[in-house]
Design a protein around this ligand. Structure first.
Ligand code: SF4
Ligand code: SF4
Ligand code: SF4
Length: 285
């Protein structure tokens, strides 16, 4: 039986869609923090989820100039972590779902398992990794808030304990009758969805389009993920066996590349990618 998370200790983001202007200051702050390159021009299109390996949060524009900030939800029981057979994705006790690229073998099960379609792959890299928002785990360990919530000039995306964020969402619903969706009984997205998440939303339109199906249930998905996979045992066993066989080869290749990268970085004085660390080591340094 899993230990139940304490909402007074778990940190969370509350994004209020009705306050967002689409200015993308949050996106810029995230990019600056993680030293991410500029985007391609094609991303400036309405209604396209433009998350990428170099864009951990983004803004989706819907008709009527409704701007919705998209990022990893940091699920209480993340399907991505459950699907990862080498433990590269991990739920931390204070909320973030972190990623350790050194453990990742590139199978991309996490991408298939995530009900919100969040993890992205470095398709153009010769040593590709998964990339996604990590809820600024290293900053949280230093007692700071995420770069994106700190940067938002309109208070559209804010940070606190999950209990505080839920209380703030309820206060806004109570003080603004008819403002949030659905008008008769507004929903706090992420309060119960897939067992609860550390990124919560209030919105004036339905956000069902941001997930797999028209409506996700409140059940955590990890168990369902494995129930679904186990219905195809030959595939699971075959892939798992194959993965075990190639894991050493991939691991060795990654190790060599990491050593070469470290050597090149040392020569040029450049820093390694901010996510290419063991999350457990970041707060010790
Ligand atoms: S939203 Fe997707 S990637 Fe993020 S924690 Fe949940 S399952 Fe994992
Ligand atoms: S929490 Fe951190 S990693 Fe996630 S979108 Fe905000 S700035 Fe980027
Ligand atoms: S900085 Fe705030 S207002 Fe601007 S796009 Fe991000 S969440 Fe919306």
């Amino acid at each position: 039986m899993k230990e139940k998370l304490d909402d007074n200790k778990v940190m969370a983001i509350l994004t209020d869609v009705t306050k967002c202007t689409g200015c993308e200051t949050c996106v810029a702050a995230c990019k600056k923090t993680y030293d991410l390159p500029r985007d391609r021009m094609w991303r400036w299109q309405d209604e396209i989820d433009s998350l990428s390996a170099s864009r951990y949060c983004t803004i989706i524009r819907k008709p009527g100039n409704v701007f919705i900030r998209q990022q990893c939800r940091h699920c209480n029981e993340p399907a991505c972590a459950s699907a990862c057979i080498v433990g590269a994705l991990e739920k931390q006790k204070n909320g973030p779902v972190t990623y350790d690229s050194r453990k990742c073998m590139g199978c991309r099960y996490c991408m298939m398992a995530c009900p919100f379609g969040i993890p992205r792959y470095e398709w153009e890299s010769t040593a590709p990794k998964i990339r996604k928002c990590i809820l600024c785990y290293p900053r949280l360990q230093e007692g700071k808030q995420p770069a994106c919530t700190e940067a938002c000039p309109y208070g559209a995306t804010i940070f606190g304990t999950r209990a505080e964020m839920l209380a703030e969402a309820r206060r806004r619903i109570k003080e603004n009758p008819g403002r949030y969706y659905p008008a008769d009984n507004p929903v706090i997205y992420g309060e119960h969805e897939v067992g609860g998440t550390s990124v919560l939303y209030l919105s004036n339109i339905s956000l069902d389009f941001m997930s797999w199906g028209p409506k996700l249930g409140n059940e955590p998905l990890p168990a369902l993920t494995w129930a679904a996979l186990s219905k195809v045992p030959p595939v699971v066993l075959g892939v798992a066996g194959l993965m075990t066989g190639v894991y050493w080869v991939i691991g060795r290749r990654m190790q060599l590349e990491a050593e070469q990268h470290t050597a090149r970085a040392a020569e040029s004085g450049a820093a390694a990618h901010p996510q290419d660390h063991d999350p457990h080591s970041e707060h010790q340094s």
